[in-house]
Design a protein around this ligand. Structure first.
Ligand code: ADP
Length: 438
């Protein structure tokens, strides 16, 4: 199917390719031809009528429009309607500029599906897109190609959502919008089709995370709840008069109730921190005092486990802008984890180091460490290397997620390094308050 003329009466070709323009474009060929003929006539190699006849043929041939590149020609035709609106700039340039300026990945296709224009984002989204190629060379999704075909045939816009696995997992939405350049044109036969792609990956991931989070949180609460209900039934029935069993069961029930309340506390903390994520805490807090306090609070647990917590609480104050309670929470979680999971190393070292305008607080243990494949996922909610071990230790699976969110609210960075078998180091980088109080 050939490109249809966009303006009534087919006048738009004349707008672009006037006779005068063609003569000007062919002036060198014409000049050479006429000069040759004149020379031939002068030398009487050919008779004058033949020379005149040849010159006239040459002149006629020069008026035949030069074969333009099909894409440029198609664009020029599309732009015919615009040309009448006293366009100051070349119209095909304006149409291309419009498609290029669109914030989404966008391509303009002719009715046969040839790519006329593609913006930079389109080149990033559909790597192999090339001007002048059929869109099917670049887009391999049958549903999208079918939507393009159908929209070009009936002039109705279409939307297709699809996912791709290669080169990376992503979800995209393709919008196929038929375009007519003149109001009176046949509505069933658009002049062009605009194909745009909208990346839904972030949105889908966020939705998935929300669904996973609710599922995980319910599961975490349901497990101790089921255990509590089970023990209540047993105490009401078979173990009604068994004093020994009752004592044992009540202890387990108290543990499960504590676990539930820890989980609810952690969930509430997390949502409170997220709510205030955009507000950077302003107060001046001394990290030496904060960490000293955490060490004192956790020293009974450390002693119980035979672990030494090494920290120089006598060093000069190190001030950061922050929220004291939240920073205490960060170091409590990190030191508690070091005791819970790395306690077998017998020692936990906490150090404060100045690095330029930053201060790095690191918590290092000498336990079994963490395999590299787990490192990037440790701060995900409910992610645990060993779920049973975490539960045994009273873990909720939210500790590091809370740490990450607090550190982010302080505009700091959390990093983890570990050599399996040699322990793990969790480091929190915060910007220190300078002498001038900045
Ligand atoms: P939890 O409540 O399970 O402790 P966290 O978010 O605090 O949850 O930690 C997530 C997981 O990271 C833990 O379950 C544990 O598997 C692992 N982890 C955290 N700190 C350490 C550490 N110092 N050594 C080894 N593993 C650790």
């Amino acid at each position: 199917m050939a490109l249809r003329d966009a303006s009534p009466g087919g006048l738009n070709a004349a707008v672009e390719d006037t006779l005068l323009q063609r003569l000007v474009a062919a002036r060198w060929v014409l000049g050479a031809g006429i000069a040759g003929l004149a020379a031939a006539a002068a030398g009487e190699a050919v008779s004058m009528p033949v020379a005149f006849g040849l010159a006239a043929t040459l002149l006629l041939a020069a008026t035949i429009p030069a074969r333009r590149r099909p894409v440029a020609a198609a664009l020029a035709r599309f732009s015919g309607g615009e040309a009448r609106l006293s366009a100051p700039a070349p119209v095909e340039g304006r149409l291309s500029a419009l498609v290029r300026a669109l914030p989404e990945a966008a391509m303009l296709l002719d009715p046969r599906g040839t790519v006329l224009v593609a913006n930079e984002r389109a080149a990033k989204t559909v790597a192999s897109v090339k001007i002048g190629d059929p869109v099917s060379f670049a887009v391999r999704v049958p549903e999208v190609l079918e939507a393009v075909r159908a929209a070009s045939a009936d002039g109705t816009a279409r939307r297709v959502e699809f996912s791709e696995r290669v080169p990376v997992d992503r979800w995209l939405q393709a919008d196929v919008v038929p375009i007519r350049f003149s109001a009176g044109a046949d509505p069933g036969r658009p002049d062009a089709t605009l194909l745009t792609f909208h990346d839904l990956t972030q949105q889908r991931r966020a939705e998935q995370m929300r669904v996973d989070f609710i599922a995980n949180a319910s599961h975490e609460l349901r497990t101790p709840l089921a255990s509590l209900s089970g023990f209540i039934e047993t105490l009401q029935g078979p173990a009604k008069n068994d004093t020994q069993a009752r004592e044992r069961f009540l202890k387990i029930m108290a543990d499960q109730a504590r676990r539930m309340s820890r989980l609810i506390d952690d969930l509430l903390s997390l949502s409170r921190i997220e709510l205030n994520a955009h507000l950077r805490p302003e107060a001046e807090v001394d990290l030496v005092t904060v960490i000293g306090h955490v060490r004192d609070t956790l020293s009974p647990i450390a002693r119980e486990r035979g672990v030494e917590i090494a920290f120089d609480a006598q060093q000069a104050p190190v001030a950061v802008r922050g929220d004291r309670d939240e920073l205490i929470r960060v170091f409590e979680n990190l030191v508690e984890n070091a005791l819970k999971y790395g306690g077998s190393g017998g020692k936990v070292e906490i150090a404060l180091t100045r690095e330029g305008r930053d201060v790095v607080a690191s918590v290092r243990d000498f336990g079994p460490g963490i395999a590299p494949e787990h490192l990037p996922r440790l701060t995900e909610r409910f992610y645990r290397v060993d779920t049973a071990h975490s539960r045994e230790q009273g873990g909720t699976g939210l500790g590091l997620a809370i740490v990450k969110h607090i550190v982010a609210r302080h505009r700091g960075r959390l990093s983890v390094e570990s050599v399996p078998g040699e322990g793990a180091t969790f480091a929190v980088r915060l910007s220190a308050v300078t002498e001038r109080g900045e």
